[in-house]
Design a protein around this ligand. Structure first.
Ligand code: GLC
Length: 640
């Protein structure tokens, strides 16, 4: 939403329902006209969207009024600093596009507690981080709890990590350092220990209906026929029989994560209330977990249903009223070409989520590394859809989940039915199973040995640092990791650093893995922050120092040369004449060359290199010489 949008509506004020008028009247006087304008802009849409989902009965109409009035109450309760932030961001709705830089980590792995995170702000600032995604820190069910993705209370912090007061203090300190705090918001499911589940188990009226509980094995089978499996080995199937309920709870992920029933409007209002409360505690961005799964429809794969989008749009309307400075990020790990609906389509363009993950770019860059060929990567970039105003791509190299290979199926299928085998090859390559493979990752679970699902492992293990037997091999491994980061930083509106990559940290040690609860293979890439490596980050002669120094040089260049590197400038792929070298043009001047091959090569450009944006002292001729696994960001005069 923009201020312009609000003011336009002011000219033809709507009659608002009494419940809303009442909440507006209770706002501090200084906030009244602003919030009224927001309500005028959002209320008609909110009503229309949710009536579309839930129908237009008297009960729904009064529920809707209470829902919107709740958002106004949140605007009233918004702390002054956040209120001011909202006002600034309403004036600058694209505040979140480049040069934003994200960092993603678990609280306990990075710094023990929320207070510990505050002590690592200097590290984030050194990198130039402006957006910190802390993986789930709300009170979780008893372990195993999917790394906190099984939430037992949206109102409490996981006791071992701190308190709500600590969260407020941390978000304030981060804000002072120019860093927005992003929290996961697990929308699709709750822990079976959440009070709603407990009440359902206790037979309390109304709570069974917070969940999808199927009565018969036949119903389960009818749904299963069309559903995919997320954890085929560790949690096969999508339903869990719960004897106390005498039924099957829908559990898309683990059996202890019960999917919420959004066909029940009460679920939507409770969840949106929880989100707005967290926003008032200082969370500036929400990673909306598993957004694709929110709505179930028999006979479909129950993913990406129209109602899921309507619910997200309604959530956006509510944040636009209560906390318009807040960002919504869709966690929808699917082929990039399928993501535009998450930003809103047609009349809703730009009115759903602000940010989505560019998973295809991530996976394709790993395939390019394994194959030393960039054709799939080039296809992915060529197929990347344009986004509505205010939409942004989050790019990344690694994250806390596995590298999912199947997002690349559209690009492979377009090249022929036999091409999917390349994903299996990549998976085997990164598991270190192919001759000549330097990688030390592990295959994520799969439904059959012939299907590639995903790959686990820290970036440095996947690029060969763990297997390197000589300083040359170590340097080459670091070059590969820097190459992947160079691409992510060149392409993304909000590129993300995954904790530990900046120090080239290795996989979680084997002995540590044994002590982790449960058989989740993703723990392989969830190590503790390595404070010893951190101490070496400026020691240029060490491998850690080379990774950190190389990354920081690119980060500094990205900040310094926004005039030519800004992600709002159009991005295009150009042919380099070499199957291993990706050529990208940003705007009319910046050129990125990315050599995914172990062989040095040359690339002839149409124009002359005016400046190496990362290493200004380095001169380049034409053709440009590219060492093995090198990335160059150049300012080029003339065409490519
Ligand atoms: C998301 C998270 C993943 C988690 C799942 C279920 O995909 O990234 O880690 O297992 O949701 O909550």
């Amino acid at each position: 939403m923009s201020a312009v949008e609000n003011h336009a509506v002011l000219h033809r004020p709507l009659t608002l329902p009494p419940a809303l008028e009442q909440s507006l009247a209770q706002l501090p006087v200084a906030r009244q006209s602003v919030v009224r304008a927001r309500v005028q802009a959002q209320w008609p849409r909110l009503r229309e969207i949710l009536q579309g989902v839930y129908g237009e009965t008297a009960a729904i109409n009064s529920w809707l009024e209470t829902l919107a009035a709740g958002a106004v109450d949140c605007a009233a309760a918004r702390p002054d600093a956040l209120w001011q932030l909202d006002l600034e961001r309403e004036q600058k709705p694209r505040w979140h596009s480049s040069p934003m830089l994200g960092y993603c980590t678990y609280v306990d792995k990075f710094a023990g507690t929320l207070n510990g995170v505050a002590e690592r702000i200097a590290h984030l600032q050194e990198l130039g981080v402006t957006y910190l995604h802390l993986l789930p820190f709300l009170k979780a069910g008893t372990a195993p709890n999917d790394g906190g993705f099984a939430v037992a209370s949206y109102e409490e912090i996981e006791p071992a990590l701190g308190s709500m007061q600590d969260l407020r203090a941390l978000s304030t300190k981060l804000r002072a350092a120019g860093i927005s705090l992003c929290s996961d918001f697990v929308l699709n499911h709750v822990s079976h220990e959440h009070p709603w589940a407990q009440k359902a188990l206790a037979g309390e009226a109304g709570y069974r209906d917070y969940f999808h509980v199927l009565d018969s094995a036949e119903d389960v089978a009818a749904y299963e026929e069309h559903l995919i499996q997320i954890f085929p080995n560790t949690a096969p199937g999508n339903f869990t029989y719960v004897p106390t309920l005498k039924g099957w709870a829908w559990t898309t992920f683990y059996p202890y994560q019960w999917d919420l029933n959004y066909a029940n409007p009460q679920v939507f209002s409770e969840m949106s209330k929880a989100l707005l409360a967290l926003a008032n505690n200082g969370v500036e961005a929400f990673r909306l977990d598993s957004t694709g799964f929110l709505w179930k429809r028999q006979g479909t794969n129950c993913m990406n249903q129209p109602e899921a989008h309507q619910l997200l749009q309604a959530l956006r309307c509510l944040t636009n009223i209560a906390a318009p400075g807040v960002l919504l990020k869709a966690e929808a790990i699917m082929p990039t070409r399928d993501l535009p609906p998450y930003f809103g389509l047609g009349e809703q363009a730009g009115k759903e989520c602000h940010i989505a993950y560019h998973a295809s770019l991530m996976s394709a860059s790993w395939v390019a590394l394994a194959e030393q060929k960039v054709e799939i990567l080039a296809d992915v970039l060529a197929n990347t859809p344009a986004l509505p105003a205010g939409g942004a791509w989050m790019t990344y190299v690694r994250c806390h989940d596995d590298i999912g290979w199947n997002v690349l199926r559209p690009e492979l299928d377009a090249r022929g039915p036999e091409q999917r085998a390349r994903l299996l090859q990549a998976s085997r390559f990164f598991a270190g199973e192919l001759p000549g493979s330097y990688a030390r990752g592990a295959a994520f679970q799969a439904s059959s040995p012939d299907v590639a699902h995903g790959t686990n492992g820290m970036g440095s293990a996947l690029v060969g640092l763990s297997s390197a037997t000589s300083p040359q091999e170590q340097v080459q491994a670091i070059d590969r990791l820097l190459l992947l980061y160079a691409l992510s930083l060149f392409v993304g509106d909000v590129p993300l650093i995954y904790m530990g990559d900046e120090l080239a940290q290795a996989n979680t040690p084997a002995e540590e893995l044994i002590s982790r609860n449960g058989p989740d293979g993703r723990e392989l890439h969830r190590p503790y922050f390595d404070t010893q490596a951190y101490a070496l980050r400026h020691a240029g002669e060490t491998i850690t120092g080379q990774m950190f120094g190389g990354l920081c040089a690119m980060l500094a260049a990205r900040r310094q040369h926004q005039n030519v590197l800004h992600s709002a400038l159009p991005l295009s792929v150009f042919a380099t004449g070499n199957a291993s070298v990706l050529g990208l043009r940003r705007g009319s001047r910046a050129v990125g060359l990315f050599n995914f091959s172990a062989q040095p090569c040359t690339v002839a450009l149409g124009g002359a290199v005016a400046l190496d944006l990362v290493a200004p002292q380095r001169a380049h001729g034409n053709p440009v010489e590219l060492p093995a696994y090198a990335a160059l960001w150049l300012d080029v005069e003339g065409t490519v």
